[in-house]
Write a protein that binds this ligand. Structure first.
Ligand code: 13P
Length: 254
């Protein structure tokens, strides 16, 4: 983390867990996470939980976010939720291009690019996920994969809009597997993402963009990961459902 230039963000990704009836309880249990003053805490919840979670958090500094959005504003897209709808329900952030969306729901680089544009258009801050698969890593393709995902996601994002963008490096092989990238590896790839962004936006904007690490982050490995200069926070899956673990991860940013 380098607080001189960038916001430190810990975002929880509840994925397809937590019913609306359980969301109120979990959000209440997570309220103490607001205690670390200079850290932004975001809960990315299922769309159906947004309203209830937002209500619990209304007096708190904790922000809410969606996990995906459609790129159109409205229309005949059965089953989809637009960025504008998320914003209207109180979301400030939205995860875009999560590897689970890319691998299971056909979110190509082109779709990711359109969703990023939609999120910005409707006033949300996209948390753009990039990351290589295990096979890509074994084949030595990590750098190429990251470069092309990053470049494509922000294609068309102006310098002014870029200030709203957050990135997350999530190696696919580390998600939900208990395997974590070493702090050094996570730092190297976050640094690479920043270098790609520097090529497009220049030194100062790229220095200011928050780049999170995600993939089996927990209360034990968070301190070492967050100590790395290019890792500006975490995108936390499983551990975000455990109030004590999540609070400990947030506390590790102190
Ligand atoms: P886990 O923390 O469960 O590995 O999930 C990471 C993730 O995908 C966050 O978006």
């Amino acid at each position: 983390m380098d607080r001189r230039y960038r916001k430190v963000i810990i975002a929880g990704n509840w994925k397809m867990n937590v019913n609306p009836s359980e969301a109120k309880k979990l959000a209440n249990a997570l309220l103490p996470c607001a205690a670390v003053r200079d850290t932004t805490v975001v809960l990315c919840v299922p769309a159906i939980d947004l309203t209830v979670v937002k209500r619990v958090l209304r007096q708190s500094r904790i922000a809410v976010g969606g996990q995906n959005c459609h790129f159109e504003e409205s229309g005949a897209y059965t089953g989809e939720t637009s960025a504008q709808m998320l914003a209207n329900a109180g979301a400030k952030y939205v995860i875009i291009g999560h590897s689970e969306r890319r691998t299971m729901f056909g979110d190509t680089d082109e779709v990711v690019r359109k969703k990023v544009a939609a999120a910005i258009r409707d006033g949300l801050r996209p948390i753009i996920c990039v990351g290589e698969s295990e096979l890509q890593r074994e084949m030595g393709m990590t750098e190429d994969v990251i470069r092309s995902q990053v470049k494509s996601a922000v294609y068309g994002v102006s310098a002014d809009e870029f200030r709203r963008v957050v990135f997350a490096y999530e190696p696919v092989w580390a998600i939900g597997t208990g395997k974590t990238a070493t702090p050094e590896d996570a730092n190297e790839i976050c640094k690479l993402i920043r270098a790609c962004l520097r090529e497009k936006y220049g030194a100062r904007p790229s220095r200011g963009v928050s780049i999170l690490y995600g993939g089996s982050m927990n209360e034990k490995n968070a301190p070492a990961l967050l100590a790395m200069p290019h890792v500006d926070g975490g995108l936390v899956g499983g551990a975000s459902l455990d109030p004590d673990a999540f609070a400990a991860i947030v506390a590790a940013t102190k």
